[in-house]
Structure formats: C-alpha cells, structure tokens
Design a binder for this molecule. Sequence first.
Ligand SMILES: Nc1nc2c(c(=O)[nH]1)N[C@H]1C(S)=C(S)[C@@H](COP(=O)(O)OP(=O)(O)OC[C@H]3O[C@@H](n4cnc5c(=O)[nH]c(N)nc54)[C@H](O)[C@@H]3O)O[C@H]1N2
Ligand SMILES: Nc1nc2c(c(=O)[nH]1)N[C@H]1C(S)=C(S)[C@@H](COP(=O)(O)OP(=O)(O)OC[C@H]3O[C@@H](n4cnc5c(=O)[nH]c(N)nc54)[C@H](O)[C@@H]3O)O[C@H]1N2
Ligand SMILES: [Mo]
Length: 639
Amino acid sequence: IWGKSIFYYGGGGQGNHLPGAYGTATRAALGSIYRSSALAQEKTGEFLVAGRMVGAVTRSDFEHCDVAFFLGKNPWHSHSIPRARVTLREIAKDPARTLIVVDPRRTETAELADIHLQVRPGTDAWLLRALVTVLIQEDLLDRAFLARCDGLEATLAAFATPVADDCAVCGVPEALVREAARKIGGAKAFASFEDLGVQMNRNSTLVSWLHHLLWLLTGQFGRPGTRYTALPLIPWIYGDTGKKSPVVGAPIIAGLVPCNRIADEILTDHPARYRAMIIEAANPAHSLADSPRFREAMAALEVSVVIDVAMSESARLADYVLPASTQLEKAEASFFNFEFPDTAFHLRPALLPPPPGPLPEAEIHARLCEALGVIDADLVARLTAAARDGLAAFGAIFLPEVAFHPARKGQSAVYLYRSLGAVLPEDRREAAVLLGLCLQRAVRSPDDLARAGFEGPPPVAATALFQAILESPSGLVFSRGRWEDVASQLPGGRFQLALPEMIEELRGLTPPTPDPAFPFVLSAGERRSMTANTILRDPRWRTKDAGGALRVSPSDAERLGLQTGSRARIETAGGTAEAIIEVDAGMSPGHAAIPNGLGLTRGDGAVGVAPNELTRVEDRDAYAGTPWHKYVPARIVAV
Ligand SMILES: Nc1nc2c(c(=O)[nH]1)N[C@H]1C(S)=C(S)[C@@H](COP(=O)(O)OP(=O)(O)OC[C@H]3O[C@@H](n4cnc5c(=O)[nH]c(N)nc54)[C@H](O)[C@@H]3O)O[C@H]1N2
Ligand SMILES: Nc1nc2c(c(=O)[nH]1)N[C@H]1C(S)=C(S)[C@@H](COP(=O)(O)OP(=O)(O)OC[C@H]3O[C@@H](n4cnc5c(=O)[nH]c(N)nc54)[C@H](O)[C@@H]3O)O[C@H]1N2
Ligand SMILES: [Mo]
C-alpha cells in the first residue's frame, strides 16, 4: 500500500534507456505504480490524439518523401530523423521535392526550406486551421483513403473560418499558406514531424489533432515516404489509460503523470500524496517547470533517491545519491528504434572500466531488490548454472520460474542480470535484460523479425536475436517491416477524424492577448548546436554559444539599446534572470529565445540561464498538462 506513495521519475536519458528496463524491478518490488518522465512534458498530447485517431503513434519516412513538413521542429540541430542533415540537404537541393518549415525563427532548417511559414509564436492552431481549410476548399482530399475514416462530415463542418482571418492571426501571408496547402495536397508522399515548438506551446493538443488531419485528410499513410507505425524493440504505450493521478486527478497518458502536476501531488496534506521519489537518469529539479516549486516539493518528501552519473541539480537535493557508471563504462542502448521498413538496434559495449564506487543501474537495482528481500538466491544460482549450458537450458528454467511466475516476473530484469549477466562478456553484462525484451518482441510481431533473419517460434527467434545483438558492436537490423502491412497492423483498422473536444476547442479559439507588462514571447529552452539537455555539464565542452545567449531580433535589440554581448535581464511572471544578448537576424520581432540545459550549478558559477527559473506550472495544456515552455510572456530590460 505504501508503494503508491513512491513516485518514480525518469528511467532513461539521451541514448541510455537500459536504466528504465532495470528500474521496473525495483518499482515492482516496492509496489510503486505512479511515474513520469520528460515525455509527459513533450509528447503526451500527441500520444492522446494519436491513440484516439489512429490507435498508434506514427512516424514519417523523410528519406523518400517529396514534401517534408516540420512543425515547431529544427532537425538541423535536434535531429530525431535518420541522417538528419544529409536528408534535409537532399530534400532542399532537389527541385522536385519541397521542404516546408513552420517556425517563428528563421532556423538553420528554415534557411534550407522552400517555404518558411514564419508563424507568430503560439498561433500554430490558426495556421494549421488555415492549411486544412484550404485543403477542404480546393478539394485536395484523398477520397479513397477517407473511406477508411470515420467522422468526416463533422470534421469538415468545423472548418468554416475564412482563411484570411486565420492568416491575419498567425501573421503568415495568405498566398504563402495557400501555396503550402497546395504542395501538401498535391504531394505524392508527404512526411511530417511536430515537435517542441508546438508541443510546448498554447493549444498543443489541438495542434496535434490538426496536424493529424493534415496527413489523414490527404491519405498520406502506409506508403514509402509517408507515415507508418514503427516497430521498435519495446512497444510505445501511447493512449489515455483513463487513470488519474491520486491527488489532483490529472489524466495519466501513456502511463505518465503530467510533469506540471508532480509538485501539486506532493505539496499537499492529502493522504494519497507522493511521499518519496526515485529519480533515475533525469534531472527534474532543472527540467520541470517552476524549479523553485519543484525544489520545495523535493524538500517536502520523506525520502528521495537520485541515480545519476553527475551531482546534478536534482542529486544535490536528494537524501540519497546512488552514483551510476557512465555510458562509456557499461553497456547501453537506445529504445528509440523508429526507422522503417528496416529497424536497427545498437548495443554499445562498455569501453572503459568504471572507477571504484559508481555502479551500472543493473547492479544498483539488483542490490536494491536483494536488500528488499525479493530475490531468491537459490534460483539465481540454478539460473546461472543453466546459463553456462546455453540459452536453451537457461530458458527452460527462466520461463516457468521467472517470466511466467506471478510473484517473480516483476523482477525478471534482475534475475536476468544476476544469472545470465554473470556469464556474459564483462563489457556487455547489462545487456542481459534484452533477452526478456527480445522474447516479448518475438511474441508481439514475429514476421518482421523473421524477415530480418530471426525465424522460428518466439523462444528460438528471441534467442537468435539476443545472440546477434551481443555479437554486433556496431548495431544490426533486427526487424524488416513491409509497407503493405502498415495499415493492417493498426489495432482498430479505421481512423477517427472527429474528436469532439477538439472540434469544440477549434470553434472557441480566441487569439492570445499580449500582456503589455510582458511584451515578449520567450522560447525557454531551444536546441542549439552545443546543447544536450543537462548532459553537457562542463561549459568548456560548449565551443559555440559559450554563454548560452538570449537571442532577440535586430529591431528589438535596437529599440532596447542592446547589442550582441550586452547584458540584459529577462523578467517573467515566474522569475528573473540575467543573460548575454545575441542579436539574431532570424528571430521575429517580439520573440526571444534561450537555450535548453544551461544555468547548471557549478562551483565556479553558473553559465547561462536555467530556463525553468522563469516558467510556471499553471502554464500548461488543458488536456495533456504539457507545459508552455515556448510561450513564456517576458520583459527584457538592458542591464
Ligand atoms: N543538439 C541537441 N539536440 C537535441 C537535444 C538537445 O538538447 N540538443 N534534445 C533532444 C530532445 S530531448 C528533444 S525533445 C528534441 C527537440 O527538438 P526540437 O523540437 O527541434 O527543439 P527546440 O529547439 O526546442 O524547438 C524547435 C523549434 O521550435 C520553434 N518554436 C518556438 N516557438 C514556436 C511556435 O510558437 N511555433 C512554432 N511552430 N515553432 C516554435 C523554435 O524556434 C525552434 O526552432 O531535440 C533532441 N535533440
Ligand atoms: N523550459 C524548458 N524545460 C524543458 C525543456 C525545454 O525545452 N524548456 N525540454 C524538456 C525536454 S524535451 C526534455 S527531454 C527534458 C530533459 O530533462 P531530463 O529528462 O530531466 O534529463 P536531462 O537533462 O537529459 O538529464 C539527464 C540526467 O541523466 C544523467 N545521466 C547521463 N547519463 C546517465 C547514465 O548513464 N545513467 C544515469 N543514471 N544518469 C545519467 C545526467 O547527468 C542528467 O542529470 O527537459 C525538459 N525541460
Ligand atoms: Mo525531449
């Protein structure tokens, strides 16, 4: 019963997702059920919409599209698609292909674009409504595809606002909007990606719905160059679970409590409040909205544990810090395997021995579970002996006595690591958990594994795949999908266009009214060439944009008497910070931006601004609770 009050945050950062797999064992041992991660401040609105409209989260094949559309996304720096810069350049230089970028800043990606829709910050809903309206008005819909969709009439009826009115709100010339809509409507293969510029902004769930309509109304699904459901090693959990957080009743989407509600779930005398927290491979004291409030929440906990490689902002506030070995000192992997039709997995073996003290997360969770008394040492010994005889002998004990054993299956990861891990090469021990994940993958969708060469009944295919992963230090293709199967793999078979709440929100859209006290819109946390969330802790590693500048447009700089290198103060309803100015010709007037991941605590003083000293928990989406980090009303004053 106490387990419900132990909250788990994180479980994997950039390219290190194995801690999440091992953390499940400790959570199960403790009975901890509530959790969250950064996904609940970026992707949960998209997951909600995707779950209801498609039944799955989809991705796009940019390498083979003829029209590419980036919505609040700057892949030149942030990547997230295969061979990002090469792919962008290829699309840009091919006259038969069109690159469309929606961003208030003329980003490095927008520089390459054929059409840059330089939207006014926070008004993407109006721009997307205009794009969809043009598609409808000019009959650019794919009627054959729409036969597979429900709710078409109700959806079409919701788009009655004059295109010119929406263009006036979003600040993009109507002719350019129409040109973009015609490109999308006429595309042979349309690929699109929405990201933080809209997902951390006003109306974000509505924008995700409108974005889905853009490709569903035009039938851009299930063909090369269009959208697909990826076949990663571990499945995405996406939709609304219907469950609510225990104190404030926030929706739990994809199993995650909205990040902006976590402090509210702690700072209360409600009996169901979270009283303890385990934070692993994440730094919420820096990355969650309203850092002062999160610090207060951590102080109110009865106990907090941080598992990290660095003495992060969160670790400094914790009662216990369990130091983890770094990604060079243990085997690691990413579960973001989203390419299609061929999908790759890469187990990176350890390159260096860890210094004394820090341990891999696998070892940390094994010791936690052992100390909690949930690991049967005799069984571990029997499993280890069997593992020495090979994977078949191992499986004969592991499957009945752990994987399918109601009281032990929660600790599968630890049993695997303690037994199988002990007989694996030392630089690959942490890979042990993958055997269980390969098995689940083989049960879930065997055909694409078979096409990649891993055939046979699930235990056979999974064992072969596990062996191949261990023996491929540069990664391997583990799954080979087929475009003709994409549609049939959808759980519901049909697409739902009309989401009633979204239609209602669309009808009631009212433009944001600027607050004269805060005339700027601050984008609090931009990806730049030398940022990597809070992983780059030493400022000497950042050879570009060393100070983490506050970017403003030339006209605003002139008006405020600022130049590149000037000092300025940013003031928001949430806080105040000082920054160095960079005058950036790509910025729109009235828009300002600071990078993400700066302002870290250091002995020799922080460099740059910690973005969440300036944000507030109440600035969030009405459905998914995702924050408006890209829409922070601000004032900028020369210092
Ligand atoms: N170099 C680098 N790469 C990274 C990361 C990193 O830290 N550094 N982090 C990774 C992570 S965790 C993530 S989630 C991704 C995120 O990747 P992105 O979403 O590409 O990252 P951002 O730069 O935060 O935001 C994208 C764009 O949104 C624009 N934007 C701001 N306001 C608005 C608006 O009102 N409307 C629109 N349409 N756009 C707007 C910004 O100008 C910016 O160009 O990047 C990943 N890749
Ligand atoms: N204002 C604002 N806030 C934001 C954003 C924004 O744009 N603006 N972006 C949001 C987004 S998209 C994201 S993804 C989050 C990111 O924020 P978080 O998810 O909190 O994580 P990171 O900053 O990536 O830090 C990861 C932590 O993992 C540690 N670490 C690195 N390797 C290992 C390892 O092998 N094992 C362990 N145990 N620890 C390791 C690092 O030292 C670091 O402390 O921030 C979010 N917060
Ligand atoms: Mo992220």
